[in-house]
Design a protein. Structure first.
Length: 256
């Protein structure tokens, strides 16, 4: 069994075992599917269109969302929730302008979160986790801090604005932004040793439009600005962009 499979299985078993009573509460939330036009990799070397799921489900103290992964609110008191989480971390296929760089395998992100949400329409949160299941020297520490505000716009249309800053340690930063001597010789990118710290700031704007009972059209647009060591990477300077965008649309069904 691979390290990724073992880590995912262990985390899922722990979350499900610790919150087995939550299933009796029933599932509520939204599930759907759509398309995303987004950067191929964190350097923004090119863009591609991908099919994406949309998940925002709750059952008891367990939640599953596209952004935050699978979480268990082990602590839930006066608007403060905290507990473990597991999420999917996309890898990188090094082709096109990135040909000659090492591939990065898909990984799992396992860690803990804390969130303050005294009302349904806004929250502030932080996550700190470890990437597991990657290749040699590809599994580092990463996290994020952010906030989100939702608001009605009339006609049952709901808007949501979010701001989040992502950070990593040096090992995780080098996974996507570092260039060793062998890769430099193969690609023409200057050798670069990335350091830890904040990696990007992302501003997002989303809208939900009602279509029919239980059905909605979801749209979102995000601006990603690379900062710190990530922005100084030779990959970004020679083939990518410090300013990147992403747009998504999906159809979702709401469970009462």
């Amino acid at each position: 069994m691979s390290k990724l499979t073992s880590a995912v299985f262990t985390a899922l078993l722990g979350l499900c075992s610790a919150s087995s009573a939550a299933w009796a509460d029933g599932i509520s939330g939204d599930v759907g599917a759509g398309l995303s036009y987004q950067p191929h990799d964190p350097s923004g070397s090119r863009y591609e269109t991908r099919p994406v799921p949309y998940l925002d489900l709750d059952w008891g103290d367990v939640s599953l969302s596209t952004d935050d992964g699978l979480t268990w609110s082990a602590l839930n008191s006066h608007g403060i929730t905290a507990g473990p989480y597991i999420n999917y971390l996309a890898g990188r296929t090094s082709n096109g302008e990135l040909q000659g760089l090492r591939n990065v395998s898909d990984m799992a992100e396992v860690g803990g979160f804390i969130q303050y949400a005294p009302a349904d329409f806004w929250r502030v949160y932080a996550q700190l986790g470890q990437a597991v299941g990657g290749g040699h020297s590809q599994s580092g520490t990463l996290g994020k801090v952010g906030g989100e505000l939702g608001y009605p716009l009339g006609g049952e249309i709901i808007g949501s604005s979010g701001l989040v800053a992502h950070f990593t340690d040096a090992r995780q930063a080098n996974t996507f932004f570092g260039v060793d001597s062998n890769e430099a010789a193969a690609t023409g990118f200057r050798p670069y040793n990335a350091s830890g710290g904040f990696q990007n700031v992302t501003l997002s704007q989303s809208f939900a439009f009602p279509l029919a009972p239980h059905w909605s059209l979801l749209t979102s647009a995000s601006w990603v600005h690379l900062v710190g060591s990530a922005a100084r990477s030779s990959i970004v300077k020679q083939a990518g962009d410090v300013n990147q965008g992403q747009v998504q649309t999906a159809i979702s069904y709401t469970f009462d």
